[in-house]
Design a protein around this ligand. Structure first.
Ligand code: SF4
Length: 397
Protein backbone atom coordinates (compact mmCIF):
# COMPACT_ATOMS: atom_id res chain seq x y z
CA UNK A 1 0.00 0.00 0.00
CA UNK A 2 1.46 3.43 -0.89
CA UNK A 3 2.41 5.67 1.96
CA UNK A 4 0.57 8.95 2.27
CA UNK A 5 2.69 11.81 1.07
CA UNK A 6 3.43 14.11 3.93
CA UNK A 7 6.32 16.37 4.79
CA UNK A 8 6.09 15.36 8.44
CA UNK A 9 6.50 11.66 9.10
CA UNK A 10 7.84 10.12 12.26
CA UNK A 11 9.92 7.73 10.19
CA UNK A 12 12.18 10.68 9.25
CA UNK A 13 12.74 11.17 12.97
CA UNK A 14 13.27 7.47 13.59
CA UNK A 15 16.04 7.04 11.02
CA UNK A 16 18.05 9.81 12.71
CA UNK A 17 18.83 7.20 15.35
CA UNK A 18 21.17 4.47 14.18
CA UNK A 19 20.23 1.42 16.27
CA UNK A 20 23.80 0.41 17.18
CA UNK A 21 24.79 3.94 18.11
CA UNK A 22 21.61 4.33 20.17
CA UNK A 23 22.35 1.09 22.04
CA UNK A 24 25.85 2.35 22.76
CA UNK A 25 24.58 5.68 24.11
CA UNK A 26 21.90 3.96 26.19
CA UNK A 27 24.41 1.63 27.81
CA UNK A 28 27.22 4.15 28.28
CA UNK A 29 25.49 7.27 29.59
CA UNK A 30 27.43 8.62 32.60
CA UNK A 31 25.85 8.80 36.04
CA UNK A 32 26.32 12.58 36.09
CA UNK A 33 24.09 12.88 33.02
CA UNK A 34 21.36 10.88 34.77
CA UNK A 35 21.60 13.01 37.91
CA UNK A 36 21.49 16.22 35.84
CA UNK A 37 18.36 14.98 34.04
CA UNK A 38 16.61 14.10 37.30
CA UNK A 39 17.48 17.49 38.81
CA UNK A 40 16.22 19.29 35.69
CA UNK A 41 12.92 17.41 35.89
CA UNK A 42 12.56 18.18 39.59
CA UNK A 43 12.96 21.86 38.76
CA UNK A 44 10.26 21.69 36.08
CA UNK A 45 12.62 21.84 33.11
CA UNK A 46 11.89 20.36 29.70
CA UNK A 47 14.17 17.39 29.18
CA UNK A 48 16.19 16.78 26.03
CA UNK A 49 16.63 13.51 24.14
CA UNK A 50 20.05 13.16 25.77
CA UNK A 51 18.40 13.50 29.19
CA UNK A 52 15.91 10.78 28.29
CA UNK A 53 18.70 8.47 27.18
CA UNK A 54 20.49 9.03 30.48
CA UNK A 55 17.30 8.26 32.45
CA UNK A 56 16.85 4.95 30.62
CA UNK A 57 20.48 3.94 31.01
CA UNK A 58 21.96 1.62 33.67
CA UNK A 59 23.54 4.75 35.21
CA UNK A 60 20.08 5.95 36.33
CA UNK A 61 19.09 2.63 37.91
CA UNK A 62 20.66 3.33 41.36
CA UNK A 63 18.57 6.52 41.51
CA UNK A 64 15.23 4.89 40.83
CA UNK A 65 13.64 6.00 44.10
CA UNK A 66 14.46 9.63 43.35
CA UNK A 67 13.20 9.27 39.76
CA UNK A 68 9.95 7.74 41.02
CA UNK A 69 9.49 10.58 43.50
CA UNK A 70 9.99 13.19 40.77
CA UNK A 71 7.62 11.28 38.48
CA UNK A 72 4.99 11.21 41.22
CA UNK A 73 5.23 14.97 41.80
CA UNK A 74 4.97 15.72 38.06
CA UNK A 75 1.99 13.37 37.67
CA UNK A 76 0.15 15.02 40.56
CA UNK A 77 0.85 18.46 39.08
CA UNK A 78 -0.50 17.55 35.63
CA UNK A 79 -3.17 14.93 36.31
CA UNK A 80 -4.16 15.44 39.93
CA UNK A 81 -5.19 12.17 41.55
CA UNK A 82 -7.28 10.95 38.61
CA UNK A 83 -6.82 7.44 37.26
CA UNK A 84 -8.96 6.65 34.23
CA UNK A 85 -10.58 3.24 33.86
CA UNK A 86 -11.47 1.38 30.68
CA UNK A 87 -11.98 -2.16 29.51
CA UNK A 88 -11.12 -3.87 26.22
CA UNK A 89 -13.87 -5.40 24.10
CA UNK A 90 -12.68 -8.01 21.59
CA UNK A 91 -14.97 -7.84 18.55
CA UNK A 92 -13.27 -10.64 16.60
CA UNK A 93 -10.15 -12.75 16.49
CA UNK A 94 -9.91 -13.45 12.77
CA UNK A 95 -6.46 -12.47 11.58
CA UNK A 96 -4.44 -12.72 8.39
CA UNK A 97 -1.10 -11.91 10.00
CA UNK A 98 1.61 -14.16 11.34
CA UNK A 99 2.98 -12.10 14.24
CA UNK A 100 5.14 -14.74 15.86
CA UNK A 101 4.42 -13.56 19.43
CA UNK A 102 0.58 -13.49 19.28
CA UNK A 103 -2.05 -16.09 20.16
CA UNK A 104 -4.35 -14.84 17.35
CA UNK A 105 -1.63 -15.50 14.73
CA UNK A 106 -3.31 -16.96 11.64
CA UNK A 107 -1.07 -20.02 11.93
CA UNK A 108 -2.41 -20.89 15.41
CA UNK A 109 -5.25 -23.40 15.37
CA UNK A 110 -7.73 -21.62 17.61
CA UNK A 111 -11.46 -21.21 17.15
CA UNK A 112 -12.28 -17.94 15.37
CA UNK A 113 -15.34 -15.81 15.48
CA UNK A 114 -16.74 -12.32 15.04
CA UNK A 115 -19.47 -10.76 17.15
CA UNK A 116 -22.82 -10.00 15.56
CA UNK A 117 -24.24 -6.54 16.25
CA UNK A 118 -26.69 -8.12 18.72
CA UNK A 119 -23.71 -9.57 20.56
CA UNK A 120 -21.89 -6.23 20.42
CA UNK A 121 -24.94 -4.61 21.98
CA UNK A 122 -25.01 -7.26 24.73
CA UNK A 123 -21.30 -6.70 25.41
CA UNK A 124 -21.86 -2.95 25.66
CA UNK A 125 -24.77 -3.41 28.05
CA UNK A 126 -22.77 -5.81 30.23
CA UNK A 127 -19.83 -3.41 30.41
CA UNK A 128 -22.06 -0.40 31.10
CA UNK A 129 -23.67 -2.31 33.99
CA UNK A 130 -20.28 -2.34 35.73
CA UNK A 131 -20.20 1.47 35.65
CA UNK A 132 -17.42 1.73 33.08
CA UNK A 133 -17.94 4.39 30.43
CA UNK A 134 -14.91 3.91 28.23
CA UNK A 135 -14.09 0.90 26.08
CA UNK A 136 -11.28 -0.11 23.77
CA UNK A 137 -12.44 -2.07 20.72
CA UNK A 138 -10.07 -4.71 19.36
CA UNK A 139 -10.03 -6.92 16.32
CA UNK A 140 -7.41 -8.97 14.55
CA UNK A 141 -6.31 -7.87 11.10
CA UNK A 142 -8.86 -9.30 8.69
CA UNK A 143 -10.34 -6.41 6.72
CA UNK A 144 -12.68 -8.62 4.68
CA UNK A 145 -14.42 -9.79 7.88
CA UNK A 146 -13.83 -6.86 10.21
CA UNK A 147 -13.37 -3.92 7.85
CA UNK A 148 -13.72 -0.29 8.89
CA UNK A 149 -17.48 -0.41 8.12
CA UNK A 150 -17.92 -3.27 10.62
CA UNK A 151 -15.94 -1.44 13.31
CA UNK A 152 -17.88 1.77 12.64
CA UNK A 153 -21.18 -0.09 12.93
CA UNK A 154 -20.08 -1.61 16.23
CA UNK A 155 -19.12 1.84 17.49
CA UNK A 156 -22.54 3.22 16.58
CA UNK A 157 -24.19 0.37 18.51
CA UNK A 158 -21.93 0.89 21.51
CA UNK A 159 -22.57 4.64 21.63
CA UNK A 160 -25.96 3.73 23.17
CA UNK A 161 -24.02 2.51 26.21
CA UNK A 162 -20.69 4.38 26.17
CA UNK A 163 -19.62 7.98 25.69
CA UNK A 164 -15.99 6.97 25.24
CA UNK A 165 -14.85 4.54 22.53
CA UNK A 166 -11.27 3.95 21.40
CA UNK A 167 -9.97 1.39 18.94
CA UNK A 168 -6.94 -0.84 18.87
CA UNK A 169 -7.19 -2.30 15.39
CA UNK A 170 -5.02 -2.70 12.29
CA UNK A 171 -3.60 0.38 10.55
CA UNK A 172 -6.20 2.40 8.67
CA UNK A 173 -6.07 5.17 6.10
CA UNK A 174 -6.93 8.72 7.13
CA UNK A 175 -10.34 8.38 5.44
CA UNK A 176 -11.06 5.18 7.38
CA UNK A 177 -10.13 6.83 10.67
CA UNK A 178 -12.46 9.70 9.72
CA UNK A 179 -15.26 7.17 9.22
CA UNK A 180 -14.65 5.85 12.74
CA UNK A 181 -14.57 9.38 14.16
CA UNK A 182 -17.94 10.08 12.54
CA UNK A 183 -19.28 6.88 14.14
CA UNK A 184 -18.37 7.83 17.68
CA UNK A 185 -14.77 6.68 18.05
CA UNK A 186 -12.64 9.27 19.83
CA UNK A 187 -9.30 7.56 20.33
CA UNK A 188 -6.89 4.95 19.03
CA UNK A 189 -4.04 2.83 20.28
CA UNK A 190 -1.33 1.56 17.97
CA UNK A 191 1.44 -0.65 19.26
CA UNK A 192 4.35 -0.46 16.89
CA UNK A 193 5.50 -3.70 18.61
CA UNK A 194 9.14 -2.77 18.02
CA UNK A 195 10.75 0.32 16.50
CA UNK A 196 13.56 -1.89 15.19
CA UNK A 197 12.58 -2.02 11.50
CA UNK A 198 14.80 -5.00 10.68
CA UNK A 199 13.55 -7.06 13.64
CA UNK A 200 9.98 -6.01 12.84
CA UNK A 201 10.31 -7.65 9.39
CA UNK A 202 11.39 -10.92 11.02
CA UNK A 203 8.60 -10.89 13.60
CA UNK A 204 5.95 -10.22 10.95
CA UNK A 205 6.74 -12.71 8.19
CA UNK A 206 3.39 -12.43 6.36
CA UNK A 207 0.25 -10.35 6.18
CA UNK A 208 -0.54 -6.67 5.79
CA UNK A 209 1.07 -5.83 9.12
CA UNK A 210 4.47 -6.38 7.50
CA UNK A 211 4.28 -2.76 6.31
CA UNK A 212 6.30 -1.14 9.09
CA UNK A 213 5.92 2.44 7.88
CA UNK A 214 2.18 2.28 7.24
CA UNK A 215 1.79 1.18 10.87
CA UNK A 216 4.27 3.73 12.17
CA UNK A 217 2.35 6.62 10.61
CA UNK A 218 -1.09 5.36 11.66
CA UNK A 219 -1.38 7.52 14.83
CA UNK A 220 -0.52 10.61 12.81
CA UNK A 221 -3.18 9.74 10.21
CA UNK A 222 -5.69 9.15 13.02
CA UNK A 223 -4.84 12.56 14.49
CA UNK A 224 -5.29 14.22 11.12
CA UNK A 225 -8.63 12.43 10.76
CA UNK A 226 -9.80 14.00 14.00
CA UNK A 227 -9.33 11.38 16.72
CA UNK A 228 -8.58 13.27 19.92
CA UNK A 229 -6.71 10.54 21.82
CA UNK A 230 -3.60 8.89 20.34
CA UNK A 231 -1.79 6.16 22.22
CA UNK A 232 1.46 4.49 21.15
CA UNK A 233 3.61 1.72 22.57
CA UNK A 234 6.11 -1.05 21.96
CA UNK A 235 5.68 -4.65 23.10
CA UNK A 236 8.45 -4.75 25.67
CA UNK A 237 10.48 -7.92 25.43
CA UNK A 238 10.62 -8.22 21.66
CA UNK A 239 13.88 -6.25 21.54
CA UNK A 240 16.14 -4.32 23.90
CA UNK A 241 13.70 -2.45 26.15
CA UNK A 242 15.88 0.65 26.51
CA UNK A 243 15.91 1.40 22.77
CA UNK A 244 12.23 0.61 22.22
CA UNK A 245 11.21 2.66 25.27
CA UNK A 246 13.29 5.61 24.09
CA UNK A 247 11.79 5.51 20.60
CA UNK A 248 8.25 5.14 21.97
CA UNK A 249 8.83 8.28 24.04
CA UNK A 250 10.16 10.13 21.00
CA UNK A 251 7.11 9.03 19.02
CA UNK A 252 4.80 10.35 21.74
CA UNK A 253 6.62 13.67 21.92
CA UNK A 254 6.57 13.98 18.11
CA UNK A 255 2.80 13.39 18.14
CA UNK A 256 2.35 16.02 20.84
CA UNK A 257 4.06 18.50 18.55
CA UNK A 258 2.07 17.49 15.46
CA UNK A 259 -1.29 17.32 17.25
CA UNK A 260 -1.22 19.82 20.10
CA UNK A 261 -4.98 19.54 20.71
CA UNK A 262 -4.87 15.77 21.09
CA UNK A 263 -4.38 13.73 24.23
CA UNK A 264 -1.19 11.72 23.66
CA UNK A 265 -0.43 8.65 25.76
CA UNK A 266 1.94 5.73 25.79
CA UNK A 267 1.49 2.13 26.89
CA UNK A 268 4.13 -0.14 28.37
CA UNK A 269 2.97 -3.74 27.74
CA UNK A 270 5.33 -6.59 28.57
CA UNK A 271 5.24 -9.96 26.82
CA UNK A 272 2.77 -12.45 28.31
CA UNK A 273 2.21 -16.17 27.68
CA UNK A 274 -0.03 -17.03 24.73
CA UNK A 275 -1.06 -19.85 22.42
CA UNK A 276 1.87 -20.66 20.12
CA UNK A 277 5.61 -20.43 20.51
CA UNK A 278 7.84 -17.40 20.93
CA UNK A 279 10.71 -17.83 23.32
CA UNK A 280 13.22 -15.23 22.16
CA UNK A 281 12.11 -12.76 24.81
CA UNK A 282 14.36 -9.98 26.09
CA UNK A 283 13.49 -9.96 29.79
CA UNK A 284 12.05 -6.79 31.34
CA UNK A 285 12.12 -6.95 35.15
CA UNK A 286 9.75 -5.12 37.48
CA UNK A 287 12.55 -2.67 38.29
CA UNK A 288 13.15 -2.11 34.58
CA UNK A 289 9.47 -1.32 34.09
CA UNK A 290 9.53 1.20 36.95
CA UNK A 291 12.53 2.86 35.31
CA UNK A 292 10.75 2.93 31.93
CA UNK A 293 7.64 4.55 33.43
CA UNK A 294 9.48 7.07 35.62
CA UNK A 295 11.75 8.10 32.72
CA UNK A 296 8.73 8.50 30.44
CA UNK A 297 7.01 10.74 32.98
CA UNK A 298 10.08 12.96 33.39
CA UNK A 299 10.50 13.25 29.60
CA UNK A 300 6.75 13.60 28.86
CA UNK A 301 5.15 15.41 31.82
CA UNK A 302 1.68 15.68 30.22
CA UNK A 303 1.41 12.34 28.39
CA UNK A 304 -0.96 9.71 29.68
CA UNK A 305 0.66 6.43 30.75
CA UNK A 306 -1.32 3.20 30.42
CA UNK A 307 -0.64 -0.09 32.21
CA UNK A 308 -2.70 -3.10 31.23
CA UNK A 309 -3.90 -6.10 33.19
CA UNK A 310 -0.90 -8.06 31.91
CA UNK A 311 0.71 -6.84 35.15
CA UNK A 312 0.02 -8.22 38.64
CA UNK A 313 -2.45 -6.35 40.83
CA UNK A 314 0.08 -5.40 43.51
CA UNK A 315 2.55 -4.15 40.91
CA UNK A 316 -0.09 -2.10 39.07
CA UNK A 317 -1.01 -0.48 42.39
CA UNK A 318 2.64 0.45 42.85
CA UNK A 319 2.85 1.91 39.34
CA UNK A 320 -0.29 3.99 39.86
CA UNK A 321 1.43 5.66 42.80
CA UNK A 322 4.23 6.74 40.48
CA UNK A 323 2.92 7.89 37.13
CA UNK A 324 0.24 5.68 35.60
CA UNK A 325 -2.92 7.59 34.62
CA UNK A 326 -5.02 4.94 32.86
CA UNK A 327 -5.70 1.28 33.71
CA UNK A 328 -7.93 -1.47 32.40
CA UNK A 329 -10.40 -3.28 34.67
CA UNK A 330 -12.83 -6.18 34.33
CA UNK A 331 -10.70 -7.48 31.48
CA UNK A 332 -11.46 -10.37 29.18
CA UNK A 333 -9.21 -10.92 26.18
CA UNK A 334 -11.65 -13.44 24.65
CA UNK A 335 -14.12 -12.48 21.92
CA UNK A 336 -17.46 -11.79 23.58
CA UNK A 337 -16.01 -12.27 27.03
CA UNK A 338 -18.10 -9.65 28.89
CA UNK A 339 -21.71 -10.68 28.43
CA UNK A 340 -21.40 -13.78 30.58
CA UNK A 341 -22.42 -16.23 27.86
CA UNK A 342 -21.13 -19.78 28.32
CA UNK A 343 -17.75 -20.40 26.69
CA UNK A 344 -18.02 -21.25 23.03
CA UNK A 345 -15.95 -21.49 19.90
CA UNK A 346 -13.84 -18.37 19.51
CA UNK A 347 -13.42 -17.69 23.23
CA UNK A 348 -9.70 -18.44 23.25
CA UNK A 349 -7.89 -15.50 24.88
CA UNK A 350 -5.17 -13.53 23.03
CA UNK A 351 -2.87 -13.72 26.06
CA UNK A 352 -3.14 -14.44 29.78
CA UNK A 353 -3.95 -11.60 32.13
CA UNK A 354 -2.48 -11.23 35.62
CA UNK A 355 -4.79 -8.64 37.20
CA UNK A 356 -8.35 -10.01 37.12
CA UNK A 357 -9.96 -7.33 39.29
CA UNK A 358 -13.45 -6.13 38.41
CA UNK A 359 -14.16 -2.41 37.91
CA UNK A 360 -15.56 -2.22 41.46
CA UNK A 361 -12.50 -3.92 42.93
CA UNK A 362 -10.19 -1.72 40.90
CA UNK A 363 -12.02 1.42 42.02
CA UNK A 364 -11.72 0.40 45.65
CA UNK A 365 -8.01 -0.27 45.19
CA UNK A 366 -7.47 3.11 43.51
CA UNK A 367 -9.28 4.88 46.35
CA UNK A 368 -7.22 3.01 48.91
CA UNK A 369 -4.11 4.45 47.24
CA UNK A 370 -5.44 7.99 47.82
CA UNK A 371 -6.28 8.32 44.12
CA UNK A 372 -9.58 8.96 42.33
CA UNK A 373 -11.04 6.43 39.86
CA UNK A 374 -12.57 8.11 36.79
CA UNK A 375 -15.15 6.10 34.88
CA UNK A 376 -16.18 8.70 32.33
CA UNK A 377 -13.37 10.87 31.06
CA UNK A 378 -14.73 11.95 27.73
CA UNK A 379 -18.13 12.83 26.32
CA UNK A 380 -18.74 14.90 23.20
CA UNK A 381 -21.25 17.72 23.38
CA UNK A 382 -24.62 16.78 21.92
CA UNK A 383 -24.60 17.15 18.14
CA UNK A 384 -20.86 17.66 17.96
CA UNK A 385 -18.28 15.32 16.61
CA UNK A 386 -14.89 14.51 18.08
CA UNK A 387 -12.70 16.38 15.70
CA UNK A 388 -9.62 18.08 16.96
CA UNK A 389 -7.78 18.01 13.66
CA UNK A 390 -10.37 18.63 10.96
CA UNK A 391 -13.59 20.53 10.28
CA UNK A 392 -16.60 19.13 12.12
CA UNK A 393 -18.67 16.89 9.87
CA UNK A 394 -16.03 16.66 7.14
CA UNK A 395 -14.95 13.41 5.61
CA UNK A 396 -11.31 13.96 6.38
CA UNK A 397 -10.52 13.28 2.72
S1 SF4 B 1 -0.82 -9.11 17.04
FE1 SF4 B 1 -2.69 -8.46 15.98
S2 SF4 B 1 -2.20 -8.61 13.81
FE2 SF4 B 1 -0.67 -9.85 14.89
S3 SF4 B 1 -1.46 -11.94 14.88
FE3 SF4 B 1 -2.13 -10.93 16.78
S4 SF4 B 1 -4.17 -10.14 16.32
FE4 SF4 B 1 -3.15 -10.56 14.36
Amino acid sequence: MPHPLSPRLFHDELVRHDRAELARRLSAAPEQAALRAIAAAEQGGRLTEDDYIALLSPAAAPHLERMAGAARAITLRNFGRAVQLFTPLYLANHCTNRCVYCGFNTGNAIPRRRLSMEEVDAEGAAIAATGLRHILLLTGDAPRLTGPEYIAEAARVLRRHMPGISVEVYSLTEEEYALLADSGVDGMTMFQETYNEELYARLHPAGPKRDFRFRLDAPDRAGRAGLRSLNVGALLGLDDWRADSFLTGLHARWLQKQHPAADIALSVPRMRPHVGVFDDVHPVSDRDLVQIIAAARLFLPTAGIVVSSRERADFRDHLMRIAVTRVSAGVSTAVGGHAGAPAQDGDSPQFDIADTRSPAEMSAAIRSLGLAPVFKYWEPLEGESFHCGRASGGSGA
